[in-house]
Design a protein around this ligand. Structure first.
Ligand SMILES: NC(=O)c1ccc[n+]([C@@H]2O[C@H](COP(=O)([O-])OP(=O)(O)OC[C@H]3O[C@@H](n4cnc5c(N)ncnc54)[C@H](O)[C@@H]3O)[C@@H](O)[C@H]2O)c1
Length: 273
């Protein structure tokens, strides 16, 4: 595979399973060294081993992205160990299936703490380090000749349209589109690119949970909720991990140096704007 990311250091949050794991392995295959920033220390260690087996440097970094001081400590520690941070994939996320009229404050806070607050403060901590890495003469010129960092956030089709069974989740995913645009504008003078991807259905442990929860609510069998969703996807299939990881790797590469502030639908044609 083309080594578009050779010499780059990438942090992927929530990389212990699902989309994050797929992204970490794809970035490693493209040449990046990886920090597996993951809540579950066991899965973090496993994915770090898989990255190392690809010949890349890998660090398993157990963390709760809802803990802002831990995020800042991670940036310091990774910078000390790797020397620089070039890529952040803000992937860690959680969901919950619950009717809108039954949502409690604790449900709302739980989802927002990880998906929105955690994502923003992780982005901010890493962006501050990316800015520190830019040579002073480039900073004072106010115009950089190349990209000085790539940040990719995970939104969702749920950020494009309301979801009565996951109102709080959908709100965070809509907020991520806005955060992506604000951060892209704030970081444009430093030539740091900020983009997002918006998947539809990716069969991961998160979707297994959604299926089980919908089964409890509506009496459907495991897999039925996902199959019903896929029926409405023009390409009539779920995404593979590579479908999502490929789009993210593109945003992380020099091929996307002139793209910032965008949220790309990687959803089989489900949404078209
Ligand atoms: N699977 C889909 O169909 C789909 C669709 C659209 C968007 N997404 C988004 O993609 C991202 C990944 O989804 P997935 O399906 O791979 O989910 P998943 O539940 O399979 O994996 C999420 C990973 O994030 C980790 N994580 C959760 N909370 C964390 C925290 N506080 N700190 C650090 N790590 C934490 C989990 O331990 C897990 O390893 C999420 O942001 C999700 O909202 C997924």
């Amino acid at each position: 595979m083309e080594q578009r990311l050779a010499g780059k250091v990438a942090i992927v949050t929530g990389a212990g399973q699902g989309i994050g794991q797929g992204v970490a392995l794809r970035l490693a295959r493209e040449g990046a060294d990886l920090v597996i920033a993951e809540f579950n220390p066991q899965t973090a260690a496993l994915v770090a081993q898989q990255v190392a087996a690809l010949g890349r440097r890998a660090l398993a970094y157990p963390i709760d992205v809802g803990d802002v001081s831990a995020l800042r400590q991670m940036v310091t520690s990774v910078t000390q160990q790797f020397g620089h941070i070039d890529i952040l994939v803000n992937n860690a996320g959680i969901t919950q299936t619950k009717p809108m009229l039954e949502l409690a404050e604790t449900d709302w806070d739980m989802i927002h703490t990880v998906n929105q607050r955690g994502l923003f403060f992780c982005l901010q901590a890493v962006a501050l380090q990316m800015v520190r890495q830019i040579p002073e003469n480039v900073k004072t010129a106010g115009r950089a000749e190349r990209s000085y960092g790539k940040i990719v956030n995970l939104s969702s089709i749920s950020g494009r349209r309301g979801r009565p069974l996951a109102t709080h989740y959908a709100a965070t995913k809509a907020a991520i589109i806005s955060i992506t645009q604000s951060a892209a504008l704030a970081l444009a003078p430093y030539n740091i690119n900020v983009n997002a991807v918006s998947p539809s259905v990716v069969p991961t442990p998160m979707w297994k949970q959604i299926d089980l929860d919908r089964g409890r609510l509506f009496g459907s069998q495991p897999g039925e909720a996902q199959a019903a969703f896929i029926e409405n996807i023009p390409l009539k299939r779920a995404a593979t991990l590579e479908d999502i990881a490929g789009a993210i790797a593109f945003f992380c590469s020099a091929d996307a140096d002139y793209i910032t502030g965008q949220t790309l639908n990687v959803d089989g044609g489900f949404e078209m704007d």
